[in-house]
Design a protein around this ligand. Structure first.
Ligand SMILES: Cc1cc2nc3c(=O)[nH]c(=O)nc-3n(C[C@H](O)[C@H](O)[C@H](O)COP(=O)(O)O)c2cc1C
Length: 203
């Protein structure tokens, strides 16, 4: 959702409509192919993700199972409220203020990693502000950055553009978006996506 207040009800409604179309639509929406002359990225994958309620953590684990590498869960110094409405309100305020919430997590040295999978829930049309903190704090120049998110209807939203702005010297590959409520069923979509970006055999 990019405008208006994201409510559980609104997200569920979109989810029901979209899920009627099934996984085939999700696959058709993503042209996962590498461009001519492109090769699969080299180097060990690092999977960095933020997750408030566990959907993105589940998707991160699915990716980890398929590509190997290391996984880091990003935590903010001040955890977000468990209450949905309170979290929504706080996230909106942070986005409007251009906040950079402090992180409680350090990344390992990035030298050993060629590819960084970057996972997050869609919050108000883009990444949570903690991801902005992360991308400003660490240098992803020369890395292959692969976004993935879970959402309630807005897919990746503006997040890919925002990542591009924050990591202008990274190579970006096609991202992946899964509905948070049905993330456990995203396996086939994840397989097709990873094949398309040349990451299926990365381990
Ligand atoms: C603060 C907040 C803002 C959200 N904004 C959006 C949104 O703009 N668009 C959308 O599709 N889903 C939105 N959602 C729904 C989440 O993206 C979705 O539930 C996601 O799967 C949660 O991932 P997590 O369990 O990893 O935290 C929002 C949820 C929260 C808590």
């Amino acid at each position: 959702m990019q405008t208006g207040k994201p409510t559980v009800k609104a997200h569920s409604r979109r989810f029901v409509l979209k899920s009627l179309a099934g996984a085939s639509v999700a696959l058709a929406a993503f042209p996962f192919a590498l461009r001519a002359g492109e090769t699969a990225p080299a180097g060990r994958p690092l999977i960095v993700f933020f997750s408030r309620t566990g959907h993105t953590r589940t998707l991160a684990a699915m990716i980890r199972k398929r590509v190997g590498g290391d996984m880091v869960e990003l935590k903010t110094a001040k955890p977000y409220p468990q209450d949905y409405e309170a979290a929504v309100k706080q996230a909106k305020k942070e986005q409007q203020a251009g906040a950079r919430p402090a992180l409680a997590t350090e990344l390992p040295p990035l030298e050993g990693y060629g590819t960084v999978f970057l996972g997050y829930p869609n919050w108000w049309g883009t990444m949570p502000m903690a991801l902005f903190t992360l991308l400003e704090k660490y240098d992803f120049s020369g890395k292959t950055v692969v976004p993935f998110c879970t959402h309630g209807g807005s897919r990746l939203g503006r997040s890919v553009d925002d990542i591009r702005k924050l990591c202008p010297k990274a190579r970006m590959l096609q991202g992946f978006a899964a509905f948070g409520d049905s993330v456990e069923q995203a396996g086939k979509g994840v397989d097709a996506w990873l094949r398309g970006i040349g990451m299926a055999q990365a381990r």
